[in-house]
Design a protein around this ligand. Structure first.
Ligand SMILES: [Cu+2]
Length: 124
């Protein structure tokens, strides 16, 4: 039941075309598409992530999304791992940021038994 509701929810997001944030990362011919209804903020963030090949969203294995801020004066390195829930080939992510700034994005996944990592960054 929860899965059905979640699918309807994610579907509704697409139908209403409500994404105001989109970031596309590239790796080895894959496009990793991060989307959210609002720009990332400190605190809780909900987003969706899709791994596409030839414009088709794929089901992948071991999808992980981490946001990293390198060590800075007076602040240790921070790694915030997103909680990922698959809904067919759309993955729903939740991440909490302690504060804004520039965060490196690392998206890892496996497809056909090979491991890939896409990199990017966001600023808020
Ligand atoms: Cu920090």
């Amino acid at each position: 039941m929860h899965k059905v509701l979640a699918l309807v929810f994610v579907g509704a997001l697409f139908v209403s075309n409500a994404f105001s944030f989109q970031k596309v990362l590239q790796t080895n011919g894959f496009e990793v598409v991060l989307e959210s209804q609002k720009n990332f903020v400190s605190g809780k963030n909900d987003f969706t992530i899709q791994v596409k090949s030839n414009n088709k969203a794929l089901k992948v294995e071991n999808l992980s999304v981490r946001f990293i801020m390198p060590e800075m004066p007076g602040m240790p390195k921070m790694v915030e791992k997103a909680e990922i829930t698959p809904h067919d080939s759309i993955y729903k992510g939740v991440v909490y940021f302690p504060h804004g700034g520039t965060w490196q994005i690392r998206v890892g996944f496996s497809s056909d038994k090979k491991d890939y990592q896409a990199k990017g960054s966001i600023d808020f």
